[in-house]
Design a protein around this ligand. Structure first.
Ligand code: GLU
Length: 510
């Protein structure tokens, strides 16, 4: 029988979630949904020294905003809970004991100082120290000590750690769904710590036990976990769980926009883009890091951006809804090499989503920006303005820059444009246009257009010059959508007032 697809996103609550982690979660989600499977959230907080208050809540809020839903997990519930590893603490001891009993793990009593000294000895000989099959017999552990010595140390409650005992000269084979076969020789591997005498498992033990108990079918995670994978594969063997071992897929790194190397928060700070979904304030330093939400990105755009950072559809199409992604996502199309984050492309995606969004929805968001600026205006009017300027915007907040002149008279006029276009005869011509516009009873963009054009052509005036000067009078600079649309929206009275003010002001203070 086909195994039910169950995948998990397993962040450690050590701070806000970096977009690399969000992408990992997204790929897990797409894979699960594509195969009608379950997507779980498990909080891996076994390393209490790195615990950051608020990080778990942040993670849950971030996915809420993104619109990615977990089927099961911390904060959601489910049949395999608890889903926070610190709440499962008691459960791991049994598994640690099993490994001791079967000889796959051993007690190590070396103190940090003792290990430090050994490390220094190695360094003197320009060698790297590793606790492994070559060194363990000369260190203080249950393999090198007699049974009596070990028992006596345990009876005296001597602090210990449990280490995994890698067998010598064994080739460990990983079938990675993205990378193919990856082989590793056990002699090179470190006897990783699995459990500590304070009763806490390490990531490795808790992760494997939980994936097993939660019936995880596929482990899809960042490439940084590939070096740990031989240990994980061996743990499945040690527990006798090989037949239900999940399949592994290690995702390529998200790289910084320029040069090589993993995308970090520092790159974001330096180049001015967010690396977190939501704004985050560090609880200790109080330092604030920007978020995609606060920068004005739409969640749908962020999903689209992340989906294509490391995966491709094999077509030219770039805009995908979440449902479309679910439909076409496959692990085979994930690239092996790192994916470079591209800020301009990210903005382009948001631009596309802004264009696709209904104007009334954008207007609703823009209305709250306008309210903050004490501009009281109805939604319908804003909707029309949005329709005229949105193609010039990447974010809702850009609308102000592109449309403030609909709400406010110009406070100044573009000097360059004045020099180029505002010739001596212009004020007279604009006064004539004021009269013509004033005479229009049914004032709209068409009637205004026809009258003004007829006037310019009839008098054989320079179209570019007059139109530019009219725009200068109404907008204050040379930008904006169709001028007659602007006139129609601000209305006849306001149009005439602005032209009159310009006639009165421009060229008068020289
Ligand atoms: N807790 C690990 C992390 O923070 C999870 C790695 C895994 O998915 O196995 O990324």
């Amino acid at each position: 029988m086909e195994r039910k697809v169950r995948v998990r996103f397993a962040p450690s609550p050590t701070g806000p979630l970096h977009i690399g982690g969000v992408r990992t979660a997204l790929y897990n989600y797409l894979f699960a949904k594509k195969h009608g499977g379950d997507f779980l959230l498990r909080i891996e907080d076994t390393d209490q020294t790195r615990f950051v208050p608020g990080a778990e809540e942040y993670i849950i809020k971030a996915f809420d905003w993104l619109g990615i839903k977990f089927d099961e997990g911390q904060g959601i519930g489910g049949d395999y809970g608890p889903y926070r590893q610190s709440d499962r603490k008691e459960m791991y001891k049994e598994y640690a004991d099993k490994l001791i009993d079967s000889g796959w793990a051993y007690y190590a009593f070396d103190t940090p100082e003792e290990l430090d000294n050994v490390r220094k000895e190695f360094e003197k000989e320009k060698k790297n120290f590793q606790y492994d099959c070559n060194t363990r017999s000369s260190l203080k552990n249950s393999l090198s000590l007699s049974k009596e010595e070990t028992n006596s140390l345990l009876e005296k409650n001597t602090p210990y750690v449990l280490r995994f005992k890698f067998p010598k000269d064994t080739e460990i084979l990983i079938h990675d769904l993205i990378r193919g076969e990856v082989r590793m020789n056990s002699n090179l591997l470190d006897d990783k710590v699995l459990y500590k005498s304070d009763g806490m498992p390490t990531y490795h033990l808790a992760n494997i036990v939980d994936d097993h108990l939660m019936k995880i079918s596929h482990v899809i995670r960042g490439e940084e976990w590939l070096p740990s994978c031989p240990l994980h594969v061996m743990l499945y063997k040690a527990f006798g769980w090989e037949s239900t071992m999940p399949e592994f897929a290690h995702l390529p790194l998200l790289l910084k926009p320029e040069g090589n190397g993993k995308l970090s928060k520092r790159d974001g700070d330096r180049l001015g883009f967010p690396v977190f979904l939501l704004e985050w304030q560090d609880p200790i330093s109080k330092e604030t890091s920007s978020g995609y939400r606060e920068a004005g990105y739409f969640p749908e755009a962020v999903i689209n951006i992340l989906a294509l950072l490391g995966w491709n559809s094999g077509t030219e199409k770039e805009i995908f809804s979440l449902d479309e992604l679910i439909e076409i996502f496959s692990l085979e199309r994930i690239s092996k090499s790192g994916a470079k984050f591209d800020l301009e492309k990210a903005k382009w995606f948001n631009h596309q989503y802004l264009q696709l969004m209904p104007n009334n929805k954008i207007a609703e968001q823009y209305l709250s920006i306008l309210k903050e600026k004490n501009i009281d205006i109805c939604l319908e009017h804003v909707e029309k303005i949005v329709g005229l300027v949105k193609e010039r915007c990447n974010f809702v907040a850009d609308l102000w820059e592109q449309s403030s002149f609909f709400f406010l008279k110009p406070e100044s006029y573009d000097e360059k444009l004045i020099k180029k276009r505002w010739k001596d005869e212009v004020p007279q011509r604009l006064s004539e246009i004021v009269i013509i516009l004033n005479s229009i009873e049914d004032f709209n963009s068409h009637t205004a257009h026809d009258k003004v054009h007829a006037f310019i052509e009839g008098n054989e005036l320079n179209m570019g010059q007059i139109m530019n000067c009219l725009r200068l009078s109404i907008v204050g600079e040379g930008k904006g959508p169709d001028l007659f649309e602007i006139m129609a929206l601000i209305g006849k009275e306001e149009t005439l007032e602005r032209i009159n003010i310009a006639i009165e002001t421009i060229g008068k203070n020289e």
